[in-house]
Design a protein around this ligand. Structure first.
Ligand SMILES: Cc1cc2nc3c(=O)[nH]c(=O)nc-3n(C[C@H](O)[C@H](O)[C@H](O)COP(=O)(O)OP(=O)(O)OC[C@H]3O[C@@H](n4cnc5c(N)ncnc54)[C@H](O)[C@@H]3O)c2cc1C
Length: 449
């Protein structure tokens, strides 16, 4: 027997809201705060017991895509509600000063994961967002004509429940809700693979001065790996070239972005395939044990170090991307594209995690290395009261490799939350985009020139 029929059942209604946001990553945080600030009774549904998405659950510990070049100057280009989160993390001592890399073409800010979780809790409560943790979005109930979501179905410790709302914003990263609702989507690169996942880990008790001298420069760890491989080709299994090993706020602690999770066919593990996801968790920890053996034996400053955390889950870069009114492309990133319906800026280059390596794609205009994000990438086909923000919004594989960074996800979230509060009751086909843009600018967002 390959399937069973689930009997229909009557569900209790957990509550009724103006806006329900699914997922508490960068997109969901910005969406829920923005919706609530504009007067919507807002619920955030999150499957884990803390906020931050890949930034905490995936152990990313680093904000990318906030800074980019405009008129030759490196500036913070993602503004608006993201500033509030940064300020809160900073005020709690958890935000590192900006760090430059890639010959000055990128600027990032690392942070303390625990501080991020605490700051995000208090930020959302201060914005009057209701939180429902440990609730897994599991299904939707559609209107009779199939054009709207009537209710979201969640699995909780209190059982299966329904949540009703005027508008829903899918910030699950995997477009789970959009997929339930029948929105068309693509997964990965269209050739059975996609951006490879990575299980992140952090290393503590590092001898900071020696480590900074040996591998403080962005690419130095890769030179060291190459030298060790040449000296003794069989000594270690490195999952990929292009390792990223960087100091955190306290340089005795370093984050390691070095693993790469394949499936049995050697393709990128599919984060929306239950069996692959489960096997990927085991493989990530196996690779970490192997890489840590290399760190301790070969990298100056790491001899007495220990692993302080393996991320709670394998870090997923790309799964479903919905088909929306416009799909952001790789060429949009490379050409610093401008759109009339711009809702904010992406300041991160293409970062394609392919098999065994990372390929970077920087905008041709190095002095203006940022692109507009259009409103249309948030608007899915066929479901009138749903928006999709974050790494599962409407983008091609290449476009997503850039705009998936936290900066772009904050931008998309703020626009989706604002629009849901202002237009959710009427649906998103008739949004007054110039008015939305004026509201975003009044709320501090940078919409470029
Ligand atoms: C290994 C790795 C390294 C990265 N490095 C960086 C970096 O250095 N800097 C940077 O800015 N970005 C980095 N990124 C990218 C960035 O972290 C993500 O793309 C970004 O967090 C996506 O934000 P999001 O809000 O769209 O989704 P996510 O951050 O994935 O958040 C989705 C949220 O939805 C929840 N959720 C999912 N499904 C359900 C469901 N069915 N029901 C309820 N809740 C659900 C999840 O628990 C999660 O909290 C990295 C990503 C990875 C994987």
């Amino acid at each position: 027997m390959t399937s069973v029929v689930e009997p229909s059942r009557t569900l209790p209604v957990f509550g009724e809201y103006d806006v329900v946001v699914i997922g508490g990553g960068p997109a969901g945080l910005a969406a829920s705060v923005s919706a609530s600030r504009h007067g919507a009774r807002t619920l955030l549904v999150e499957r884990y017991g803390f906020l931050g998405g890949m930034g905490t659950a995936g152990g990313v510990t680093n904000f990318a895509g906030l800074y980019g070049r405009r008129d030759g100057q490196m500036k913070q280009l993602v503004r608006g509600v993201a500033d509030e989160l940064l300020s809160r993390i900073d005020a709690m001592g958890g935000l590192n000063k900006p760090q430059d890399g890639m010959q000055g073409r990128i600027r990032v800010r690392s942070y303390d994961t625990s501080v991020y979780k605490c700051a995000a809790d208090q930020w959302l409560l201060a914005a009057n967002v209701e939180l429902l943790f440990h609730a897994w979005a599991a299904a939707v109930v559609m209107s009779d004509d199939g054009g709207r979501i009537d209710a979201l179905v969640v699995e909780t410790k209190s059982g299966r429940q329904a949540i009703r709302a005027n508008a829903f914003i899918d910030c699950s990263g995997d477009a789970d809700v959009a997929a339930f609702a029948g929105v068309p989507f693509k997964v990965g690169d269209g050739h059975g693979s996609g951006l490879f996942p990575t299980t992140m880990f952090r290393v503590g008790q590092v001898d900071a001065p020696r480590a900074l001298e040996a591998v403080g420069e962005f690419k130095a760890i890769n030179d060291l790996m190459a030298a060790v491989r040449e000296r003794d080709p069989g000594a270690y299994q490195f999952p990929r070239d292009g390792a990223i090993l960087r100091p955190q706020i306290d340089p005795r602690e370093w984050r390691a972005n070095v693993t790469q999770i394949r499936n049995a066919l050697g393709k990128a593990m599919n984060g929306v395939d239950a069996r692959e996801l489960s096997a990927g968790e085991v493989e990530g920890r196996r690779q970490i044990a192997e890489y840590f053996r290399f760190l301790k034996a070969e990298v100056p400053g790491f001899e007495q170090s220990s692993i302080v955390e393996i991320a709670p889950q394998v870090g997923i870069r790309e799964t479903r991307r919905i088909t929306g009114a416009y799909a952001l492309t790789g060429e949009d990133i490379l050409s610093s594209a401008r759109f009339e319906d711009c809702i904010g800026l992406n300041a991160w280059p293409m970062e394609i995690h392919g098999e065994g390596r990372i390929d970077w794609g920087f905008p041709r205009d190095a002095a203006n290395a940022n692109n507009d994000l259009p409103w249309r990438m948030l608007v899915p086909h066929g479901v009138g009261n749903l928006l999709v923000a974050g790494r599962c919004a409407s983008m091609t594989h290449e476009g997503q490799s850039a705009a998936r960074a936290s900066g772009g996800c904050f931008v998309m979230g703020q626009a989706a939350g604002t629009a849901a509060a202002l237009h959710g009751a009427r649906g998103f086909d008739t949004v007054d985009v110039p008015a939305l843009r004026r509201t975003l600018m009044a709320d501090g967002a940078d919409l470029g020139n």
